[in-house]
Design a protein around this ligand. Structure first.
Ligand code: ADP
Length: 375
């Protein structure tokens, strides 16, 4: 394409985006800004005469606030891979105010595949972020406040059920048990909500200590087996052939994830069936530790599978079998596993059972400094 044709096309593009509400700039192949639309002036506070001719990302304009690695990765994607880059970044307006922008930058190439321009589109998402944070904080406070009265309710039901304050008839005991089950479910929901807000507002503290993984999983299996014994679903443990010795693990986090996954496997296996949950420890080809939790329960329908790690998502067959779930367990588990440097996924067939897999890096969990602990 001759340069004048490219220029003409660029002119058309400028006309089209001049009044867009997002901040849009065009740079040449060296990242020198050749065009900025009206919104760019409005969002950043710099006038076009101050913007044009400067390098995009320079500290004398709105940029340069992110860690060096961010820009390295960005330019690698744009210049080397010649692909579009999307990311959230902090910028500074002319008046000094910091704002959050969602940026999408694309290289525009000529027919020979050489980059001619970069087009950067940024949306100021500062307000959205603030609203989101306020919402999460509200959920966190509300769930925290709910814990105290719930503890009182549980305490008194337990007292009544134990017969300490007088004999209860079998019928009264049955009703009390229902009230107790309901309030226990509420405790779980409140704790899950609290954990979600903690995980979403800050970094989770991962504190690994040398632990015997096999013994740990074995006792988690024994605990779940006991807790779910009324369901009639058996839980069995198959340790690794060779010993792993002690490796760095955060016991609380691992416990939470195992409890969620084994609990789900039991819950989503009908009790009138020969239900078995098998928990196995293995090593992958590249040395990662893989814990699998396999059940022969209801399975996850294909159409629900892509959404299963989303907040509050529950498949329809699960809602029929167990009305009381929160849909938060897997979301929380995924955030925890990723914090320790692992992965989580599953294989499932509707009616044919489900296997969840969780990995731990070969040398154990990665330590992560963070301010958040689980409820
Ligand atoms: P909850 O179990 O409280 O609904 P989770 O986040 O733990 O929430 O699970 C989300 C959904 O994933 C469940 O509602 C269910 O549809 C599906 N699911 C999770 N584990 C299993 C399993 N082992 N077998 C079948 N479905 C499962």
């Amino acid at each position: 394409m001759p340069p004048d044709k490219t220029q003409a096309e660029l002119q058309k593009f400028k006309l089209a985006v001049e009044n867009a509400s997002d901040h849009i700039i065009i740079t040449d192949e060296n990242a020198v800004i050749v065009y900025a639309n009206k919104a760019a002036e409005k969002v950043t506070g710099f006038s076009r005469s101050e913007i044009i001719g400067q390098k995009a990302g320079t500290k004398s304009l709105w940029g340069g606030l992110m860690p060096k690695e961010f820009y390295v990765k960005m330019w690698e994607t744009l210049k080397t891979k010649k692909r579009a880059f999307t990311g959230e970044l902090q910028n500074r307006r002319k008046n000094g105010e910091i704002y959050t922008a969602l940026a999408s930058i694309s290289p525009i190439m000529d027919e020979k595949g050489n980059v001619r321009f970069f087009v950067g589109i940024e949306r100021d998402i500062t307000k959205e972020k603030e609203v989101d944070r306020a919402k999460t904080e509200f959920v966190s406070m509300a769930s925290h406040q709910l814990r105290t009265p719930l503890t009182t309710i549980n305490w008194y039901i337990e007292m009544l059920l134990s017969g300490d304050v007088g004999k209860v008839t079998p019928e009264q005991a049955r009703y009390l048990q229902e009230v107790y089950n309901g309030s226990q479910r509420m405790v779980r929901l409140v704790n899950d909500l609290l954990n979600v807000s903690r995980l979403e507002t800050g970094k989770l503290l991962v504190e690994p200590v040398p632990t015997d993984l096999e013994k740990f999983v074995e006792s988690a299996v024994a605990e779940s087996s006991l807790a779910g014994r009324e369901s009639g679903v058996k839980v069995v443990f198959k340790p690794l052939a060779g010993s792993l010795g002690k490796i760095p693990l955060d016991p609380e986090l691992l416990q939470q994830v195992l409890r969620n996954l084994i609990g789900n496997a039991q819950r989503y296996t009908p009790s009138n069936k020969d239900g078995v949950v098998a928990v196995t420890i293995d090593k992958s080809r590249d040395g990662e530790i893989v814990i699998s939790i396999k059940d022969n329960g209801i399975g996850i329908p294909k159409e629900d599978q892509p959404l299963i790690f989303e907040r509050f998502y529950r498949a329809s067959n699960a809602q029929e079998l167990a009305a009381g779930g929160t849909g938060l367990g897997l979301y929380i588990s995924k955030l925890i596993v990723e914090s320790w440097g692992g992965k989580i996924w599953f294989e499932s067939q509707e009616g044919g059972g489900t296997t969840f897999y969780v990995t731990i890096p070969s040398k154990g969990m990665k330590r992560q400094m963070g301010e958040k602990k689980l409820a």
